[in-house]
Ligand binder design. Sequence first.
Ligand code: 3PG
Length: 219
Amino acid sequence: MSFTLAKTERLAAILSQAPVIPVLTFHDVKTGLACAKALRDGGLTVLEVTMRTRQALEALKAIVDEVDGVTVGAGTVLEPEHVQDAIVAGAAFLVSPGSSSRLMAAGSEAPIPYLPGVSTVSEAMQLAERGATFAKFFPAGPAGGPAFLKSLVAPLPGLHFCPTGGIDLKNAPDYLALRNVVCVGGSWVTPEAALEAGDWAKVTALAKEASGLKARPGA
Ligand code: 3PG
C-alpha cells in the first residue's frame, strides 16, 4: 500500500489549483459537459464527478475528452472495483467519503492520486500512519466543522484536508483560513434548479464567487 511522493505531489498540485472543488452529480452527459464548461469559465478548474448515477462514468469521460482546461476526478468511489472503471474513464484522481480497508488498498495502489475521507481523529491517524498527506474531511459540518479541523493542526501537522459537506460561500472562508486546509469541496455552486433549467450563466456566476475565495497562501 503506498501513497508515493510522486502521487502526493500530483495531488498537492490538483488540490491547490482552486479554492473550491465542485462536487457534481450528473444524470446525463449533455448536462455534465455544459456544467463543466460553465464552472471552468467561472474559474473552477478541478471537478469531482461523483459515481452516484448510472451516467456518471460516461459524463466523466465526455468531460475529460471534450472540455479543455479542467482536471476531473471521480468522487464517491465506494468499491475497489470502481477504481479501475474511473481510471479507464480518464479520472485524474479518486475521492471517497470514508475508506474501508479494501478501498484504501485499491485507492492507494492506483496509478492516480487517491483522496480518502475521514471524520475522526483515529481515522486521520490511521491515514497519517499509512503515509498519506491529504484527506477529505466528510461530512465537514456535522463532523465538527472548522473547530474540529483546527484542533488537528497541533497533533497531526502533516495532514492536510479538503473539507466537504455543508460548506457554502458564507462558511467556506472559516475553513480556508486554517493552516491544514488546502481547499474545500461543495455542491453549492451547482444548484439543482440551475442544472435543470440549463442556467449556465448562473453556474458561472457562482463559480466566479467561489474561485475568488482565498485559500491560505502556502496551504
Ligand atoms: C459530498 O459528497 O462531498 C457532498 O455531497 C457534498 O456536500 P454538500 O452537498 O453539502 O456540498
